[in-house]
Design a binder for this molecule. Structure first.
Ligand code: GDP
Ligand code: IMO
Ligand code: MG
Length: 421
C-alpha cells in the first residue's frame, strides 16, 4: 500500500516536518514531483535542515528514500544536500535511490527560467528560478535528459545539442547569462550523482509494495499550485495533487490508501498570483512575524492570511483527502479573534466554488469569526488539554470540509504534534 502526504494550500504547509514525524511508520518515502523549488524544513537533534529534493524520511535509519521519475533533479543542489545529510552520519549510498527516468535540470534551464520571468515583467509568476518550468517543458516537449542518460557514452554530445537549443531560445529572449561556473559545478555534480543508487524506479517501488513494505509518497508545493487545478498561470509546472503519485512513481491508483492533506491553521503564499484571504495589513504582518513566514528556498517573505475553506474543500475534493493534518496552530495562540473564509463573493454572487480565473474574477472572501484561544499551546501533548476554543475552530473546519483533522502540529519541533484520533 501507498499513503500520500501533500500540501492543500500554496505550499510550505509544513509537509517536511510531518513526513519526518510519520516516517517511522513506513519503509520507503518517495518524492513524486517538483524539484529544488521545494524547501522542506525539519529539525534533527534540534538542528534545522532544509531539504529540497531528498525525501524527508532520510534521517530515519533503515528507511529507503526514493526520488521518483516525476521529480526534476538539479544535481548541484542534490550534491549540496547530500553533503549536509551525510554530516549527520547518514549513509546515502544505503538509503537514497533515484529513478533513472528522473529528468535533469541543466544550467541553461535555470537561465531560461530567469529569462522567461524577466520577459513577463509585471505579470511574473514569482518562480523560485530553479529551472523547474523549462525542465518540465523539455520533458513534455520530448527533449529532456534523464538521470539514466548519464550512463550513456553519448551523454556529453546530447547535452551540447540541448544546450545549443537553449542558447537559441535565450538569444530570442535577448537574455545573456554567463553559465561557465554553473556548468563546471554541474559536471562535477554529475560525477557525484553517478555514484549514487540509480534504479529502475517503477520496478523498485512496486517490488517493495509487493513485498509488503509501507510506502509514503511526499508531495512538494501545494494543491493550489498544481499545473491543472491551481491558480493558473500562477502555479508550478507539475501535478502536485494525489494523481501525480501514479505517474510520478509508477504506482497504480488502487494501491493508494490514505491521502494526508496538510494545511496551516491559517494560510500563506509566496510568489505572485491570487490569494483571496490575504491580509495586507498589520494582522498579516503579525502572522508573518509569529509564524516566521519566510521562504525556506528563497528567503522571500510569505504573504499571509486567514484559512480559506473554499480553497481547502476544493483541494480535499481533487486529492481525495482522507485525513487532515493542521500545522502551525500555535501561531494563532496570540490572536484574540480569528477569521475563517466560508464563501467567495464574486460580483455580488455568493458561492463556494473556485472560479476559473481567480486573478480576473477576484473573489472577495466572506468570513466567519471565531474567538481566539489566547493561550500558549506549544507545549500541549494531548488533544484533551487543548483549549475548547481551538476545538470549536477545528470542529467547524472538520464539518465544513467533510474530512477530519487527525493531527494538530503546535510547533516546529519533532515532538510538537498532537494526535486527535
Ligand atoms: P514545507 O515546504 O511544507 O515542508 O514547509 P516549510 O518547511 O517550507 O515551511 C514550514 C515552516 O514552518 C518551517 O519553518 C517549519 O519549521 C515550521 N513549522 C512546521 N510546523 C510548524 C508548527 O506546527 N508550528 C510552528 N510554529 N512552525 C512550524
Ligand atoms: P514547498 O514544497 C511554496 C511557488 C513559487 C512561485 C510558483 C512557481 O516548499 O511547499 P516554480 O519555481 O515552481 O517555477 O515557482 O510556485 N512555489 C512554492 N511556493 N512552496 C513551494 O514548495 C514552492 N515551490 C514553488 O513561489 O509562486
Ligand atoms: Mg517549503
Amino acid at each position: 500500500m501507498v499513503d500520500v502526504l501533500l500540501g492543500l494550500q500554496w505550499g510550505d504547509e509544513g509537509k517536511g516536518k510531518i513526513v519526518d514525524f510519520f516516517a517511522k511508520n513506513y519503509d520507503l518515502v518517495a518524492r513524486f514531483q517538483g524539484g529544488p523549488n521545494a524547501g522542506h524544513t525539519l529539525y534533527v537533534n534540534d538542528k534545522k535542515v532544509v531539504l529540497h529534493q531528498i525525501p524527508s524520511g532520510v534521517f530515519h535509519p533503515g528507511i529507503i528514500n526514493l526520488i521518483g521519475n516525476g521529480v526534476v533533479l538539479d544535481p548541484v543542489t542534490l550534491k549540496k544536500e547530500c553533503d549536509i545529510v551525510a554530516s549527520f552520519g547518514i549513509d546515502l549510498k544505503k538509503n537514497l535511490f533515484i529513478s533513472e527516468r528522473t529528468h535533469l535540470i541543466l544550467p541553461t534551464h535555470r537561465a531560461l527560467d530567469k529569462a522567461a520571468e524577466s520577459a513577463k515583467g509585471k505579470e511574473k509568476i514569482g518562480s523560485t528560478l530553479k529551472g523547474i518550468g523549462p525542465t518540465y517543458m523539455d520533458k513534455t516537449g520530448r527533449n529532456g535528459l534523464r538521470v539514466g542518460d548519464l550512463l550513456d557514452k553519448n551523454f556529453t554530445s546530447a547535452y551540447i545539442k540541448l544546450r545549443l537549443k537553449h542558447q537559441k531560445l535565450l538569444d530570442n529572449y535577448n537574455f545573456q547569462e554567463d553559465i561557465t561556473a554553473w556548468e563546471e559545478e554541474f559536471f562535477e555534480a554529475l560525477e557525484f550523482l553517478k555514484e549514487l543508487n540509480i534504479v529502475n524506479g517503477e520496478y523498485f517501488i512496486n517490488k517493495h509494495i509487493k513485498d509488503g513494505k509501507r510506502v509514503l509518497a511526499e508531495g512538494a508545493q501545494g494543491s493550489m499550485l498544481d499545473i491543472d487545478f491551481g491558480t493558473f498561470p500562477f502555479v508550478t509546472s507539475s501535478n502536485t495533487i494525489s494523481a501525480g503519485v501514479c505517474n510520478g512513481l509508477g504506482v497504480a491508483p488502487q494501491l493508494i490508501r490514505d491521502v494526508y492533506g496538510v494545511t496551516k491553521a491559517y494560510c500563506t503564499r509566496v510568489g505572485g498570483g491570487p490569494f483571496p484571504t490575504e491580509l495586507d495589513n498589520e494582522v498579516g504582518e503579525e502572522l508573518r512575524k509569529i509564524g516566521s513566514e519566510f521562504g525556506a528556498t528563497t528567503g522571500r517573505p510569505r504573504r499571509c492570511g486567514w484559512i480559506d475553506l473554499v480553497a481547502l474543500r476544493f483541494a480535499c475534493m481533487i486529492n481525495g483527502v482522507t485525513k487532515i493534518v493542521m500545522t502551525k496552530a500555535d501561531v494563532l495562540d496570540a490572536f484574540k479573534e480569528l477569521q475563517v473564509c466560508t464563501d467567495y463573493n464574486i460580483n455580488g454572487k455568493i458561492g463556494q466554488e473556485i472560479p476559473f480565473q481567480m486573478e480576473k474574477q477576484k473573489p472577495v472572501p466572506v468570513f466567519k469569526s471565531f474567538p481566539g484561544w489566547n493561550t500558549d499551546t506549544s507545549a500541549t501533548k494531548s488533544f484533551a488539554e487543548l483549549p475548547d476554543t481551538m476545538k470549536t475552530y477545528v470542529s467547524f473546519i472538520n464539518e465544513y470540509l467533510g474530512v477530519d483533522v487527525h493531527y494538530i502540529s503546535n510547533g516546529p519541533g519533532r515532538d510538537q504534534i498532537v494526535k486527535v484520533y
